[in-house]
Write a protein that binds this ligand. Structure first.
Ligand code: PMV
Length: 346
C-alpha cells in the first residue's frame, strides 16, 4: 500500500437486547436470533492511528482515556489474529488505539459492544483507504461482521434504531454473520424510545459473558431456551409493527428473567442480580399497577437495570426514577439514554 501515517476516528454506541443472545457455536455464531435497541448516549469514541511498518507482526498499543491500558491488549491481539484472514493488510501498519467511553469506566456497563464496533469501523475505514472502491453497503456489513468476531453483540452496534442478529425465517435477510436493520417501518410508539440505565453495581462482574455463553453448551434447558428466544423474536417482530406496548413489556421482561434463569440453572450456577435489582423490579411493577404506565425493565449480563419507556411518558417516568429508583443505585447514579441511529465517523 502507498498509504503514509494517519488516523481514523469513529463513535459507536452500546445496545440493549430485547430478545437476548445467550449461547453460541463455531466462530462466534448465535444459537438463537436476538434483537436490540441501539443506544446513543452510551458510546465509545475510538481513534486508530496507523503507521506503515515492515515488522510483519501485530504491533499496537491501547490507550483508555489517555492512559496506556495493557490489560486490554491480549483481547485486541486475539481479535487481530481472528480477523487477519479477512483483512490481509493488517500487519502492514503498526497502531496506536486511543479510546474513551462516555460512561464511567467501572460503571458495570459493558463496553465490549461499543468498543469492538468502534474498532471494527476504524479498521474498515483503513481498508477503504487501502482499497477505495468498496461500497457503503459492503463497508457497514463487513464492519458488523468484524465486530461480531470481537464480541458477538457488538455486531448489533453499527446501525440503528433496531438491529437483528441471527437468521430467522420470519425476517428475510437476517443472518448469523452480521446484524441487519428491520426491513419494515417501525410503529411510531417505538420512536425515540427511552432507556434509563440504573447503576446498581459498579463492580466487576463475577462471571464474564464468555463463560456464561459456554455454560449453555451442557445446559439442561439449552434447546428449550433457544426455541423460546426464536419464538419471542417472532412475537416481537409483530409488536414492532403493531405498536402493542403491553405485549412488548411482557416479551422484554420475560426475556430478561429467562436470561438470568439460565445463569441460575447452569453448572456451575451463578447469580448476577443484586438485592437492589429485585427491589427495582418490584418498584417498577408497583408503579405500573398504580399508574397504567407502559414502563418495563430489562437486564443484560449484570445487576444493572435498564428501564424502558415510550418517549411520550418521559416526564412522569423520569420523575418516578429520580424519586423512587435512584436510591437503589450505587451513589444514586443512573444514565438517561434513548434509542439511536448507530455509529458515525468523527
Ligand atoms: O456480546 P457478548 O458476548 O458480551 O454477550 C452479550 C450477552 C447479553 O448482553 C447478555 C445479551 C445480548 O444479546 O446482548
Amino acid at each position: 500500500s502507498t498509504l503514509t501515517a494517519g488516523s481514523v476516528s469513529w463513535q459507536s454506541p452500546s445496545n440493549i437486547a430485547l430478545v437476548k443472545y445467550w449461547g453460541k457455536y463455531g466462530e462466534q455464531l448465535p444459537k438463537n436470533t436476538s434483537i436490540s435497541f441501539t443506544l446513543s448516549n452510551c458510546h465509545t469514541k475510538t481513534k486508530l492511528n496507523y503507521t506503515p511498518s515492515n515488522s510483519n507482526t501485530f504491533e499496537f498499543e491501547v490507550y483508555l482515556d489517555g492512559q496506556r491500558a495493557e490489560s486490554f491488549e491480549p483481547k485486541i491481539l486475539k481479535f487481530f489474529e481472528r480477523i487477519e484472514v479477512y483483512m490481509p493488510f493488517l500487519k502492514q501498519f503498526k497502531y496506536k488505539i486511543e479510546t474513551t467511553n462516555s460512561f464511567p469506566h467501572s460503571s458495570g456497563i459493558a463496553s465490549s459492544a461499543s468498543g469492538m464496533s468502534a474498532l471494527a469501523l476504524c479498521l474498515m475505514n483503513l481498508e477503504r483507504l487501502v482499497n477505495s472502491d468498496i461500497t457503503d453497503e459492503y463497508f457497514y456489513a463487513k464492519a458488523s461482521f468484524l465486530a461480531r468476531l470481537g464480541s458477538g453483540s457488538a455486531c448489533r452496534s453499527i446501525q440503528g434504531p433496531l438491529v437483528v442478529w441471527g437468521e430467522h425465517s420470519v425476517l428475510p435477510g437476517s443472518s448469523n454473520l452480521v446484524g441487519t436493520t428491520l426491513p419494515f417501518e417501525l410503529h411510531s410508539n417505538f420512536k425515540d424510545y427511552c432507556d434509563t440505565i440504573l447503576l446498581v453495581d459498579e463492580g466487576e462482574k463475577v462471571v464474564s459473558s464468555t463463560v456464561g455463553h459456554n455454560l449453555m453448551h451442557k445446559h439442561p434447558f439449552a434447546e428449550q431456551r433457544f426455541s423460546q428466544a426464536n419464538h419471542n423474536f417472532e412475537k416481537i417482530i409483530e409488536v414492532l409493527k403493531s405498536g402493542d406496548l403491553d405485549s412488548f413489556m411482557e416479551i422484554v421482561e420475560s426475556e430478561a428473567l429467562s436470561l438470568h434463569a439460565m445463569m441460575m440453572t447452569s453448572h456451575p450456577y451463578f447469580i448476577l442480580m443484586k438485592p437492589n435489582t429485585l427491589s427495582i423490579i418490584n418498584k417498577i411493577w408497583e408503579f405500573r399497577r398504580q399508574s397504567g404506565s407502559k414502563v418495563c425493565f430489562t437486564l443484560d449480563a449484570g445487576a444493572n437495570v435498564h428501564v424502558l419507556y415510550p418517549n411520550a411518558e418521559k416526564e412522569q417516568v423520569r420523575y418516578f426514577i429520580t424519586n423512587e429508583l435512584a436510591s437503589f443505585c450505587e451513589n444514586k447514579k443512573y444514565i438517561n439514554d434513548q434509542v439511536g441511529n448507530g455509529a458515525f465517523a468523527l
